[in-house]
Ligand binder design. Structure first.
Ligand code: ZN
Length: 162
C-alpha cells in the first residue's frame, strides 16, 4: 500500500470495486432502506439484521458509481458486529468528515475510512460517498427510502436520531 493519500484513496476505491464486501441481499432483514442520489444516478439498498443491539448481518446492493460502491463496501465492513450506537457514531463522523466539518485527526472511530477525507474537496462526489451512510441511518430509523435531494438532504440538515 502506498503512503501517498491520493494513491491510497485510488487503491482503496479500486479494491472495493473489484471485491465489494458484503455485496448482495439478505433474506428477511430486520431493517432495510434504499437510497438514491439523483445527481449521480446512485441507487442502493442496505439491509441488516440486529441481534439484540448488535449488527449481526449487513449487506448492500444496487447500481452506483465507484465512490458510492467503495463507501458502501467499507461501511458494511466497518459496522458489522458493532452496536447500533457505535454505528450511529460512525455515521456522524463519516458524514461530518465527508462534508468538511470534522478534521479526520479528531475522528476517534473513523480508522481506515479516513481515505475518504479528501472527498470534502470534491463537492460533486460528496453525496456519492455519504449515500450509503445516509441509507444506513434511514434503515435504523425505519424509513424505507431516502434521497440526497429530499428534505433529509444530509448536506443541509443534521441526521436525525429518531
Ligand atoms: Zn455516485
Amino acid at each position: 500500500m502506498s503512503t501517498d493519500p491520493k494513491a491510497l484513496y485510488q487503491e482503496v476505491i479500486l479494491d472495493h470495486n473489484r471485491k465489494p464486501r458484503n455485496y448482495g441481499e439478505l433474506d428477511h432483514p430486520s431493517h432495510h432502506a434504499e437510497g438514491v442520489n439523483p445527481l449521480c444516478g446512485d441507487h442502493i439498498h442496505v439491509a441488516l439484521d440486529l441481534a439484540g443491539d448488535t449488527i449481526n448481518r449487513i449487506a448492500f446492493h444496487g447500481e452506483s458509481c465507484a465512490i458510492c460502491k467503495a463507501s458502501a463496501s467499507m461501511m458494511t465492513a466497518a459496522v458489522k458486529g458493532k452496536s447500533q450506537e457505535e454505528a450511529k457514531t460512525l455515521i456522524h463522523e463519516f458524514v461530518d468528515m465527508a462534508t468538511g466539518r470534522l478534521d479526520v485527526k479528531n475522528g476517534t472511530h473513523i480508522g481506515r475510512l479516513a481515505v475518504f477525507s479528501g472527498i470534502s474537496e470534491l463537492p460533486m462526489r460528496v453525496k456519492c460517498a455519504i449515500l450509503p451512510w445516509h441509507t444506513l441511518q434511514a434503515a435504523f430509523n425505519a424509513v424505507s427510502s431516502t434521497s440526497t435531494e429530499a428534505e433529509a438532504d444530509p448536506m443541509h440538515t443534521p441526521l436525525g436520531d429518531a
